[in-house]
Design a protein around this ligand. Structure first.
Ligand code: PXG
Ligand code: PLP
Length: 445
């Protein structure tokens, strides 16, 4: 059924917006227009309620239109709408930085604010290079990412990223090399972390052999890959990466744009998996998605290195930042969001319900032979769908469209369906989502 006749938008208006990461031609023939959101549900133009099975884009774990966040933003708009990010400050950024350190593993206690996950990644990579230069090791400039990694859309992000479709069009990026991913054959349908795969961390030794540690600034990985379809680290894998980085004097960056602030049933992926990086990038959940913001956490020694080598005190220690770094409205939203996560005990809640979530999503295994793998951790799951006729992305698209019609929003990307329900999701909502998805998959395969 086409929704276009019900939209007030003209074709020219639809055409004017070149949508991000979207099939623009298909969308504009049959637009899926969301008009409002409250709690765990969207409402579309037809007035249909749609369950938010991906918490926005992994952003809105608290659900939508959360009164405490709305009020904090409304108050901030009236009090201080903008404040220059460079050389002048406002109190809320310092309060939020301290609040964020409470979610961070021990030692990651210096916070740099950005406007998005991509900017957080840019910040982490630039500061890594600058750090080595400040320490007199200016040859350490190369980066190591990982196959299937997603680190945002900037030039640096696509360079270290490992999803081929996001790289092929864009030519030369930053000099980056890639570890193999950890989706091991034979581990399909593993619940949580697989036992096999730790040895893939040792591929870092081969890359170090090839490029030499004296030329490598940092290794960047998502502790759990989100965009590529929820790829959970094998047991012992991240610990091994940490050991090798320590032995070779290479910074370890965890890109926690999806995994920080509750999604893993822990404060961060670092906490969930018991490994502490030198730098952590975050975004999304920090403001519950209401206003763009990212935050990068650094271990203190990195910050101190810049302060010690900063020159006269009136000089900048690092020429880096964004017009919207520490935007006051984003800071107000961040304080309210993180405050609500703590007040509502949502990290403990996700942790407590993750076993039930795991059991529910793994029931999809028996729905159809086209389900070839299921992975899960915390309140996240990825379901791999067998391709048709060399078109791996087609069935996930069809499934997501059918689910939308039925009143469920799920993410489709490459050969997977991704799920990440709000932290407040109840068991009956999980059941209804999984039953609808199972029926939809059955109808297709
Ligand atoms: N790093 C990671 C690990 C991410 O997941 C980014 C960086 C970039 O963040 P920004 O805010 O610049 O988009 C991301 C973003 C999906 C999906 O469905 C994931 C992201 C964005 C859109 C969709 O998996 N992750
Ligand atoms: N381009 C121009 C011409 C600018 O003046 C600025 C910021 O002043 C930027 C890009 C960067 O914008 P932002 O700080 O929002 O990333």
């Amino acid at each position: 059924m086409s929704h276009i006749t019900k939209s007030r938008l003209t074709q020219a208006q639809l055409d004017a917006h070149w949508m991000a990461y979207s099939g623009n031609r298909q969308f504009k023939k049959d637009p899926r227009i969301i008009t409002s959101a409250a709690g765990k549900y969207y409402t579309d133009l037809d007035g249909k309620k749609i369950f938010d099975g991906l918490s926005g884009l992994w952003t809105c774990g608290l659900g939508h239109s959360v009164p405490a966040i709305n009020e904090a933003v409304a108050e901030q708009v009236k009090t201080l709408d903008y404040s220059p990010a460079f050389q002048y400050g406002h109190e809320k950024s310092f309060l939020l930085a301290e609040q964020i350190t409470e979610f961070m593993p021990e030692g990651l206690n210096r916070i740099f604010f950005t406007g998005s996950g991509s900017e957080s990644v840019d910040t982490a990579l630039k500061i890594s290079r600058a750090y080595w230069r400040k320490k007199g090791m200016g040859t350490k400039t190369k980066f190591i990412g990982r196959a299937k990694g997603y680190h945002g859309s900037s030039v640096s992000g696509f360079s270290v990223g490992g999803i081929p479709a996001n790289r092929t069009l864009y030519g030369q990026g930053l000099e980056s090399y890639h570890l193999p991913h950890t989706q091991m054959p034979g581990t399909e349908f593993t619940k949580g972390m697989a036992e096999q795969g730790k040895e893939r961390a040792d591929d870092l030794l081969s890359l170090i052999m090839m490029h030499d540690a004296s030329n490598i600034a940092a290794v960047i990985v998502e502790p759990m890959s989100g965009s590529a379809g929820v790829i959970v680290p094998p047991q012992g894998y991240l610990k091994r990466l940490r050991e090798i980085c320590d032995q070779h004097n290479i910074l370890l960056i965890f890109d926690e744009v999806i995994t920080a602030f509750g999604r893993m049933g822990a404060k961060t992926g670092a906490e969930a998996f018991g490994v502490t990086p030198d730098i952590m990038t975050t975004a999304k959940q920090v403001t519950n998605g209401i206003i763009p913001m990212g935050a990068v956490a650094f271990k203190q020694e990195i910050y101190d290195t810049f302060m010690e080598h900063g020159g006269p005190e009136y000089m900048l220690e690092v020429p880096h930042g964004y017009t919207y770094s520490a935007h006051p409205i984003a800071c107000a939203a961040g304080l309210a969001s993180l405050g609500e996560i703590k007040k509502q005990g949502l990290i403990e809640r996700v942790n407590g319900m993750s076993a039930a979530w795991e059991n529910s999503v793994h029931q999809l295994k028996d729905t159809s032979p086209i389900v070839t793998d299921i992975r899960n951790f915390g309140f996240a799951a990825g379901i791999t769908i067998a391709p048709v006729d060399g078109e791996p992305a087609k069935r996930p698209f069809q499934i997501a469209m059918a689910m939308w019609e039925k009143g469920y929003y799920v993410r489709y990307g490459a050969d997977t369906i991704q799920l990440a329900p709000p932290f407040t999701t109840e068991q009956d909502e999980i059941d209804s989502l999984i039953n609808a998805l199972g029926d939809t998959i059955k109808q297709l395969g």
